[in-house]
Design a protein around this ligand. Structure first.
Ligand code: LMR
Length: 394
C-alpha cells in the first residue's frame, strides 16, 4: 500500500521556515512564516493569555467532551468580536475549528456538500494553503485579478471584471482585512461595489479573517466583514485566533454560516456539527476557552486589547521605517506602498529570481512571490533589508 504513495508538493511557507532554520549564517533575517515577533525576535505568550491559563488551571474541574461545535460561549464571544451587532445572533450558525485553517477546510467542505458544482473564486494571489486545500478537495478554483505589481495596490477594475464571470451559486473567497499575502486591501467604497456585484450575480461570499486587530484596529478590521454579512443573504466566515491572541499552536478558530433567513440556522448549525464529527469529532478546546475568558472579562479584555494595539503599532512603524529608508536610498516613492499596506504582510512585487538573490547573498528569507512578514523586522534589520533590496536591483 505505502509504495503507492506519491510525494506531495512541499508547502512553500513551511519549506522556507525549515530552510531558514537550516541556514548557519548569523546575520540571516526571517520574513517568512506569518508569526508575530517582537523587537527581540520572540513570539511572546500574550499577558492576558498567561493570566487566563493560570485561572483555567485553578478553576477547571474536568476535561470531558464539550460539544461537536465547541463551547457555545466561545462562538458567542467570537461572533460579538467579529460581527458586533451587524446581524442578529439567530442568523449565525457557528462551530469551533482547529485554527483558521480548520475553519477554511470546513467551509470548503460545506460548499462542496451544499452546491457540488460551485466554483470558488480566489484572489490572485491568495494564501497558498487555500489553493492547496481546494485542490485536495477536488474543487474548481478560478483566480480573480487582485494585486497590481506596478502600484503595489489592488487592481480593482481587474478584480470586478473577473468576478463578473462568476455564475449564481459560485463562491467568492475574500480576505476580511490584512490581505495575505499582499497587504493590499479594498477601501469601503470598493467593498460596497463588491457587495453589489455579489448580490446582482447571486454569488456567495466566503470571508477569511485571520488578522483582525493587525491592520487599522479591532473594530476597523472587522468593518468589511460586518458590511458583507449584513448586506448579503448568505455568507461564510472563517476566523482565526492564532495571530491576534498569539495562540498559534493551540489551533483555535471558528466557522460561521450567516443566513438572513433565520429559519435556516438549525440546519446550518447541524451541518457544521456533522462536518466536525466527520473530520475530527470535537474541536480543540484549550485555546477557545482562553479566548472566551478574555473576551468576557473586562480587565483581561482591556489588557489583551492594549497588547494587541502595541503589536499593531509596532508593525505600522516598521512599515513606515522601511518605506522611509527605501525612499532615502532610492530617492523615489516607488516603495511608498509598503507604508500603506496593512497587516503582517507586504508583497514587495519582485521576481522569484531576486527573492532568491536576497536569500543567497543577504540571508534574507521571504516567500518566493516576494511576500515579507513585516513583523520579522526590527529597528536594526530595516536598514539591512532596504540596502539589500536596492543592492539586488528590485
Ligand atoms: C502564513 O501565511 O504564513 C500563516 O498563515 C501560517 C501558515 O500556516 O501558512
Amino acid at each position: 500500500m505505502f509504495d503507492q504513495l506519491k510525494s506531495q508538493p512541499a508547502d512553500k511557507i513551511l519549506a522556507l521556515m525549515q530552510a531558514f532554520k537550516d541556514d548557519p549564517r548569523e546575520q540571516k533575517i526571517d520574513l517568512g512564516v506569518g508569526v508575530y515577533k517582537n523587537a527581540e525576535g520572540v513570539t511572546p505568550v500574550m499577558r492576558a493569555i498567561k493570566a487566563a491559563e493560570h485561572r483555567l488551571w485553578e478553576e477547571q474541574q474536568t476535561k470531558a467532551y464539550v460539544g461537536l461545535a465547541g463551547d457555545p460561549a466561545f462562538a458567542d464571544a467570537m461572533i460579538g468580536l467579529i460581527l458586533g451587532d451587524a446581524v442578529p445572533r439567530e442568523a449565525v450558525a457557528a462551530a469551533a475549528t482547529p485554527g483558521g485553517t480548520g475553519a477554511c477546510r470546513q467551509a470548503f467542505e460545506l460548499i462542496r456538500m451544499a452546491t457540488p458544482g460551485a466554483r470558488v473564486f480566489v484572489s490572485d494571489p491568495t494564501w497558498p494553503n487555500h489553493l492547496s486545500i481546494l485542490s485536495y478537495l477536488g474543487m474548481d478554483v478560478v483566480p480573480y485579478r487582485y494585486f497590481d505589481n506596478e502600484t503595489g495596490g489592488v487592481d480593482f477594475d481587474g478584480m470586478l471584471a473577473d468576478l463578473r464571470a462568476a455564475r449564481a451559486g459560485d463562491v467568492v473567497l475574500l480576505h476580511g482585512c490584512c490581505h495575505n499575502p499582499t497587504g493590499a486591501n479594498l477601501n469601503p467604497v470598493e467593498w460596497q461595489a463588491v457587495i453589489d456585484l455579489l448580490n446582482e450575480s447571486g454569488l456567495i461570499p466566503m470571508i477569511d479573517i485571520a488578522y483582525q486587530g493587525f491592520g487599522d484596529g479591532l473594530e476597523a478590521d472587522a468593518a468589511a466583514t460586518r458590511m458583507v454579512a449584513s448586506r448579503v443573504p448568505e455568507c461564510l466566515i472563517a476566523a482565526s485566533c492564532s495571530k491576534n491572541f498569539g495562540i498559534y499552536r493551540e489551533r483555535t478558530g471558528l466557522l460561521m454560516a450567516v443566513s438572513q433567513d433565520t429559519a435556516q440556522r438549525k440546519l446550518n448549525q447541524d451541518t457544521l456539527a456533522f462536518l466536525n464529527r466527520q473530520n475530527y469529532s470535537f474541536p480543540p478546546d484549550h485555546g477557545a476557552r482562553l479566548v472566551t475568558m478574555i473576551l468576557n472579562d473586562e480587565a483581561l479584555r482591556a489588557d489583551w486589547m492594549a497588547e494587541l494595539e502595541d503589536v499593531r503599532l509596532s508593525m505600522l512603524s516598521l512599515r513606515q521605517a522601511l518605506a522611509d529608508e527605501l525612499q532615502r536610498l532610492t530617492g523615489s516613492d516607488r516603495f511608498a506602498f509598503l507604508a500603506q499596506h496593512r497587516g503582517m504582510f507586504s508583497r514587495l512585487g519582485t521576481t522569484p529570481d531576486l527573492v532568491e538573490k536576497l536569500r543567497a547573498e543577504h540571508g534574507i528569507y521571504m516567500i518566493g512571490d516576494s511576500r515579507m512578514n513585516i513583523a520579522g523586522l526590527n529597528a536594526n534589520t530595516v536598514p539591512v533589508l532596504a540596502r539589500a533590496i536596492v543592492d539586488v536591483g528590485v
